[in-house]
Design a protein around this ligand. Structure first.
Ligand code: MRU
Length: 363
């Protein structure tokens, strides 16, 4: 690998202003997503423990951003465990760090994918690891741009000839990726094409990624939006206020079953009931082809305090027991289409292909 570490530093905001995650001066830089919408702050993460803490605390969140954090984290660990004056690396120490990082959040497949991709370069030395991580940041921007165009084309074909009222959940924008975003990238592309009348933003309890982050991104882009509580979404569909639902994904099984932020499944049920197209937008790296269906997806359960407190106020009795899954799994038959940088998958076609494959295997 020819590039020097100094050359690779150039992947930072100097070259691409607005990246939410990048490498600069031997550290991982990331927008602190906990601080928004009040303040826009950058975190400088210089060791793996700081990065793991940022991932667990959701300072860095969103499946594609987690994939990049995984790769940049391996680069960080490689730098820390590089012997002074040589390029030799304590590979066992890096692999141990990588394992801890990959396990920091279990549901988004991208985290372990990013770690694996960077680790594959470890035998070629620290520059190769860093080059791969930096390349993945640029790739993510290109991948999201391609998926955004594809999404806009699909939605325009599903709902032609009228100003669109869209509904989205959680945050799938530039903050959840290196830049552009997935489902929100598609929504912003539709807005650029002059097609968006309004975006309804689910607030996304308990951590409010919708009202804190998605609303902030839509305001930044000048796109009209209204925030609603999650439980208002079905009523909005019943009143004909939604032309299409667009969401992201944390892991997609081979049959198209999709894990995403808790509440997504309920949205899909309501969308099916009201005949509203339900579109998932995610990069190819979010597909987990080793899982036949969503039954095998591990859903992260998070701390009770996320539910029993809001903004520092207590909203439940002391010692209340809590069910706080961070994600749910939407069966593929409720999904109209899954869009990536390469293709539009209609899950009913996945079923069809799988049935055909099963039949072929039996013959
Ligand atoms: O717990 P989070 O905030 O990391 O959950 C994020 C989501 O569920 C997103 O919808 C998903 O990761 C897609 S981000 C482009």
């Amino acid at each position: 690998m020819g590039a020097s570490i100094d050359e690779l530093q150039g992947a930072g905001p100097g070259d691409s202003p607005g990246l939410s995650l990048y490498w600069e001066d031997d550290a991982v830089m990331a927008v602190d997503q906990r601080a928004l919408p009040e303040t826009y702050e950058l975190l400088r993460l210089e060791d793996i423990d700081a990065l793991i803490h940022a991932v667990r605390a959701l300072a860095i969140r969103g499946a594609p951003a987690l994939g990049l954090a995984g790769a940049l984290g391996v680069a960080l660990s490689t730098r820390v465990h590089r012997h002074a004056h040589t390029d030799a690396v304590d590979e066992d120490a890096v692999r141990a760090d990588a394992e801890r990082l990959a396990a920091a959040r279990p549901t988004a497949v991208n985290l372990a994918w990013g770690v694996r991709r960077a680790l594959a370069q470890l035998p070629y030395g620290p520059r190769a690891v860093l080059a791969e991580a930096v390349r993945m940041v640029s790739e993510d921007v290109a991948v999201n741009s391609a998926a955004a165009s594809r999404t806009a084309e699909l939605v325009e074909s599903l709902v032609p000839d009228r100003p669109l009222r869209l509904l989205t959940h959680c945050n799938t924008g530039r903050l959840a990726t290196a830049a552009v975003g997935t489902a929100l990238g598609g929504i912003l592309e539709l807005a650029r094409r002059g097609r968006v009348r309004e975006v309804l933003v689910d607030e996304t309890r308990p951590l409010l990624q919708g009202s804190r982050l998605t609303a902030w991104e839509l305001a930044e882009a000048g796109v009209p939006y209204r925030i609603c509580v999650d439980s208002a979404a079905a009523a909005a569909m019943a009143q004909g206020m939604v032309d299409c639902v667009l969401v992201g994904a944390d892991r997609i099984a081979a049959n198209g079953d999709t894990a995403n932020k808790i509440g997504t499944y309920g949205l899909a049920v309501a969308a099916a009931r009201h005949g509203v197209p339900f579109v998932v937008v995610a990069p190819e790296s979010t597909w987990d082809h080793d899982l036949a269906d969503g039954g095998g997806i591990v859903v992260e359960e998070r701390d009770a305090a996320e539910v029993t407190g809001i903004g520092g106020s207590v909203v439940a009795p002391a010692h209340a027991r809590v069910f706080n899954p961070a994600f749910d799994v939407t069966p593929s038959e409720l999904i109209t289409a899954i869009v990536s940088e390469r293709r539009v998958v209609r899950p009913s076609h996945v079923h069809h292909d799988q049935r055909a494959a099963t039949l072929r295997a039996r013959i």
